[in-house]
Ligand binder design. Structure first.
Ligand code: AMP
Length: 173
């Protein structure tokens, strides 16, 4: 499937979850087996050269693409979750929301110093979420191999926050 066809399976939902936001709805893509498979194959091709040791995926839609990618590439898969969800000892990193601050967490034994991590999410918007995960990785002496996103909202310039790292996105708006 071409990127143009994959793009055709992503729906714009205006004013969700609040006025002024155009939400990128990936559920039609997930409901299309050829579209979903092709998305994972193309993401895997893009990130194959970064020599990642493991994938870190960001709650919650990042889990969908990150786990499929980990399966496809034969890589270990780790969860980056919102605060309070992980059952064992975790590292925590604050990040700014539009109103206030939240925390992302990862199990301590998921981050090995000197390992290279591919960080995966569905959408990069402002880049704040992805930047927090990069800090979680680098503060433990590990390396961000690259970021992979299905969708990049380029007009929000999220790349600028992640300029120290390679970024792959399949579809830009
Ligand atoms: P940000 O930290 O601003 O880059 O936001 C990224 C996170 O918010 C990702 O986990 C996305 O799933 C979600 N997100 C932000 N904007 C949108 C959007 N327009 N459509 C769908 N998801 C979005």
């Amino acid at each position: 499937m071409t990127l143009q066809e994959i793009r055709g399976l992503i729906r714009d939902v205006p004013d969700f979850p609040q006025a002024g936001i155009v939400f990128k709805d990936i559920t039609p893509l997930l409901a299309d087996p050829k579209g979903f498979a092709s998305t994972i194959e193309q993401l895997a091709q893009r990130v194959g050269d970064y020599q990642a040791d493991a994938i870190l995926a960001i709650e919650s839609r990042g889990f969908i693409f990150g786990s499929a990618l980990a399966h496809h590439m034969g890589l270990p898969f780790h969860l980056v979750r919102k605060q309070g969800k992980l059952p064992r000892e975790a590292f925590s990193m604050a990040y700014e929301l539009e109103y206030g601050v939240d925390h992302l967490e990862v199990h301590r034994d998921a981050i090995a110093p000197n390992h290279r991590y591919l960080i995966v999410d569905d959408v990069i918007a402002t880049g704040g979420t992805a930047e927090a995960v990069a800090k979680l990785v680098t503060q433990q002496g590990a390396t961000v191999a690259a970021f992979a996103f299905l969708i990049e909202l380029a007009f929000l310039n999220g790349r600028e926050k992640l300029s120290a790292y390679p970024i792959e996105s399949l579809i830009a708006y």
